[in-house]
Design a protein around this ligand. Structure first.
Ligand code: CAA
Ligand code: NAD
Length: 295
């Protein structure tokens, strides 16, 4: 099978823009698609900012930064990804939305194109089954922020071929990431363990166990975590976390995956975390202030 040269990315949000950045940095021609030109422009600006930090720290030479940006393009047309050798999907955590795009691309891409989803909680098989290439469908689960987090979970379903899995695994490593093989269970390895912890932190806020900053401080300093759980929730996105919790609860029917009512209230109020400017913290202040949740 042909080597991977051209990478397509569906979605230019938090994850899609990071995935596009690391693919272009690794030398791949990369095209990323989202619904509007403005979202693409915002993603490009974010990538430029991140690359500038790497240049500043001498982790990337200025001419290499320019080459990365040259390899990167943005589009609003799903069909523009049809000549890619691998397509990584990072759109909103919604199966119907994801499958709508996979179906369109399945009819356009050559048989050699590998389809990969960055889903946090859906089963890869539920997407593979919507296409005629279930043997060439994998999960490639990156972590936020993609340019800094070293791991990718490479997920095979019951139908993924050895060849497609091998290519996807090698591709993840070619991005400079560490790869682990995970089975196609909802949440794979990391979210199976991380999501109950994050949701329990919200329940701790609901129960008034301690203040928001003290819960964060306790887990950071008591356990050596780089971020407290409520800061991390703001960082991941409360809207995304809510969808993940609903999907994992529907899958496992275990209480520790159930979205806490406070999370739902915050999402309904448009408090998505850092990306919307407010979550457990209010990012309009420097440094961010604790948000008023009316508790
Ligand atoms: N690009 C380039 N550089 C960046 C950057 C980016 N996107 N973001 C931050 N940096 C740089 C900063 O400028 C900073 O540089 P200096 O050291 O020169 O100041 C450096 O990276 C470290 O950043 P910070 O000082 O802001 O913060 P930090 O030391 O806490 O590190 C972090 C940042 C790596 C994000 C760290 O806090 C961390 O590991 N947090 C936990 C993240 C995590 O758990 N992610 C997984 C989420 S779950 C998930 O992704 C799965 C899912 O399906 C939901
Ligand atoms: P995000 O909200 O930052 O970005 C989602 C993108 O999908 C947006 O740019 C949005 O415009 C696009 N989108 C929404 N509706 C669309 C539509 N109808 N058609 C096409 N595009 C549409 O979300 P994110 O955090 O980047 O998450 C994307 C995926 O990655 C999800 O499956 C999520 O579970 C997964 N994921 C998220 C994280 C995280 O920490 N946030 C980590 C790993 C995996």
């Amino acid at each position: 099978m042909a080597d991977i040269e051209r990478v397509g990315v569906l979605g230019c949000g938090l994850m899609g823009s990071g995935i596009a950045q690391v693919a272009a940095t690794a030398g791949y021609e990369t095209i990323a698609r989202d619904v509007s030109k403005e979202i693409g422009e915002r993603a490009r600006a974010g990538i430029e900012k991140s690359l500038a930090k790497f240049v500043e720290k001498a982790k990337l030479a200025a001419p290499d930064r320019d080459a990365v940006l040259k390899r990167l393009s943005f589009t609003t047309a799903v069909a523009d990804l049809k000549s890619c050798d691998i397509i990584i999907e990072a759109v909103t955590e919604d199966l119907d939305l994801k499958n709508q795009m996979w179906k369109e691309l399945d009819g356009l891409c050559p048989p050699s194109t590998i389809f990969a989803s960055n889903t946090s909680s859906l089963k890869i098989a539920a997407m593979a089954a919507a296409t005629k290439r279930a043997d060439r469908f994998v999960g490639l689960h990156f972590f936020n922020p993609v340019p800094l987090m070293p791991l990718v979970e490479v997920v095979r379903t019951v139908t993924t071929s050895d060849e497609a899995f091998r290519r996807a695994f090698a591709f993840a490593k070619s991005l400079g990431k560490e790869a682990v093989a995970a089975k196609d269970n909802s949440g794979f390895i990391v979210n199976l363990l991380l999501v109950p912890y994050l949701l329990d932190a919200i329940r701790a806020v609901e129960h008034g166990v301690a203040t928001i900053p003290d819960i964060d401080k306790a887990m950071q300093l008591g356990c050596g975590y780089p971020m407290g759980p409520l800061t991390l929730l703001d960082f991941v996105g409360l809207d995304t976390t809510y969808k993940i919790a609903e999907i994992m609860f529907a899958e496992y029917k275990q209480q520790h995956y159930a979205p806490p009512p406070l999370l739902k209230r915050m999402v309904l109020a448009g408090m998505y975390g850092k990306k919307s400017g407010k979550g457990f913290y209010d990012y309009s202040a420097t440094p961010p202030a604790v948000a008023n949740l009316g508790l």
